[in-house]
Design a protein around this ligand. Structure first.
Ligand code: CP
Length: 326
């Protein structure tokens, strides 16, 4: 844990600052400790207060973010852009890599070494597990992992945890149920690892073929986190404090028939929600493709759009921190 908590490899000699996370990459949730999370969430709350008071301010004036997305994104890309612009900085958006020199065969190491000539921080989404770590090995400037294939999505996990804290008022003592495509969903991989720093019970509900990876279950066992695997949501819904729903990730399937068999395995409707706790928090990283009925959106327990907004404040905090301003 916290492998890169020491002085950043990106800092030139003599440029040490004591600001938390200054110059560091954000690659995986294992680099955080509980104290780090409290700190990040404190900064995120300050960001929310500032946005509510004055909208935008010049904390990162003159700083540039390169937003490099090899896979589609609505929330992650636009919330990092909004975060940077609300902090007074600017963005180089590369959301269609086919229009960049990637289409000519440029490698990821060369692409990030090019972008860092112009930018102070690079946000990277890539279809291959480990791509962000590879980029960070070559880059001098901080790399923020915005999702690497079915690997990790650490900034999503931070915003998910922040949502739980803000909506439930605590994390310790909660029973949290993760539902859907638990094999391919990188957000649940990162979130379960982050939650394992707390006193929680975890339930995993999925079709057998989309079960949560054994490797991460073994990590939970090592940390003494109680968990149960189920096929039916009804078995755990009435005792869940948080229900985190995920999309079946069509783009990760080789076999269209397999996708067709599992894509509608779970659909949250008002009738199903009637059996949940009155204070349960219903989350989804979005996008959804039918696994939560739109009729549920007006239920006060539906937190998924609030979750998106929390994400902008967390990403503002992270940008300010890695750029030495928080
Ligand atoms: N939650 C999430 O990562 O959404 P996007 O794919 O739209 O960025």
């Amino acid at each position: 844990m916290a492998a890169n908590r020491t002085q950043s490899p990106h800092l030139p000699l003599g440029d040490r600052r004591d600001t938390a996370f200054y110059g560091q990459d954000i690659l995986e949730v294992a680099q955080f400790r509980r104290a780090d999370l409290s700190y990040i969430f404190g900064v995120a709350r300050e960001m929310r207060e500032m946005v509510e008071r004055i909208g935008s301010f010049d904390l990162l004036k003159g700083k540039i973010l390169a937003s490099l997305f090899y896979e589609p994104s609505t929330r992650t890309a636009s919330s990092f852009t909004a975060a940077m612009e609300r902090l007074g900085g600017s963005v180089i958006p590369i959301s269609e890599v086919r229009y960049s020199s990637v289409s000519k065969g440029e490698s990821l190491p060369d692409t990030v070494r090019s972008l860092e000539c112009y930018a102070d921080v690079i946000v990277l989404r890539h279809p291959e597990v480990g791509a962000a770590k590879l980029a960070a090995r070559y880059a001098r400037k901080p790399i923020i992992n915005a999702g690497d294939g079915i690997g990790e999505h650490p900034t999503q996990a931070l915003l998910d945890l922040f949502t739980i804290v803000e909506e439930s008022g605590r994390v310790d003592g909660l029973t949290i149920t993760l539902l859907g495509d638990l094999k391919n969903g990188r957000t649940v991989h990162s979130l379960a690892r982050l939650l394992s720093m707390y006193d929680v019970k975890l339930n995993f509900v999925s079709p057998e073929s989309l079960a949560f990876p054994d490797k991460i279950l073994a990590e939970l066992d090592e940390r003494g986190i109680p968990w149960e695997a189920h096929r039916e949501l009804e078995e755990v819904l009435p005792r869940s404090d948080v229900l985190y729903v995920t999309r079946v990730q069509k783009e990760r399937f080789d076999d269209p028939d397999h996708y067709a068999r599992v894509k509608d395995a779970y659909v949250i409707t008002p009738e199903i929600l009637a059996r949940a706790r009155p204070q349960m928090v219903l989350m989804h990283p979005l996008p959804r493709v039918g696994e939560i009925s739109m009729e549920v959106d007006t239920d006060p327990r539906a937190a998924y759009f609030r979750q998106m907004e929390y994400g902008m404040y967390v990403r503002m905090a992270l940008l300010a921190m890695v750029l030495g301003k928080a």
